[in-house]
Design a protein around this ligand. Sequence first.
Ligand code: 5GP
Length: 264
Amino acid sequence: MDQQQFDSELQTYFLHIKHEIKQEHIEYLKKHPELNQILNDFTSQIILEKPDNVYQYAKEYFSFFNQEKDLKTCKPLVISGASGVGKGTLLQMLFKQYPQQFVFSVSYTTRAPRPGEVHGQHYYFVSKEEFQKEIEKKAFLEYSEVHGNYYGTHLAQVQKVMKQGQVCVIEIDVQGAEKISKSMPNQCNYIFINAPSVEELRKRLTGRGTETEEVIEKRMKNAQKEIEKAHQLGFYNELLNDDLQKTFKKLIDLLKTFYVDLKL
Ligand code: 5GP
């Protein structure tokens, strides 16, 4: 075999090997779609937090995997629904049944506490000035003005719960959920609790006796807008709360599909 022939055969051989390796890579990627998910989640998170030291950030981010927890296990759970729809009661039942798995994200708000509400447990009740300071510190994952008051989700709280391998439950309005869905794409699960009818919602709000007629009217108008918007957004899983016990069961069934590893 002369030199030219040898070079040509070698060339063919390398091309063959290259093709085989490429095929192997493609096969591997097809078998592991989670790789794309992990890289997308990482990129979204890094864009959200903009760390100065990217290497250090990556080291901490991927240390999640050392805890042998799938990232999907701790995707935050975003829950929305009009005032009076029963979200609060359903969540209380959830935390009672699964105190280790789900942790409530305590929002900041500028509204006044209702009777029985505790600072640091239901909300952090702060002044407009204090809320503004947190905005300037870029401490919020999202914040919105709801019914004339400010409400915000604290980013550090959500991250802490995720790092602990627990599900952070973020109870927020629809506009807040939309903001989260943009800043953390594909990184949360979304549930919208709906009432059987608008009349039923008014009855429940009036029955609560904690709000004035004017506030109830404001909340009713807001409720209709929220329901329409939630449908438009399309990322919510909707639950109709017509019967508390049955709805709670449906909620748990849905959560079982979201958080398979939690073994609920
Ligand atoms: P309420 O005053 O009845 O406690 O809450 C009024 C609305 O504000 C509810 O729809 C509730 O889900 C929403 N909300 C509570 N916390 C937050 C938050 O941190 N961010 C946003 N965007 N909405 C919130």
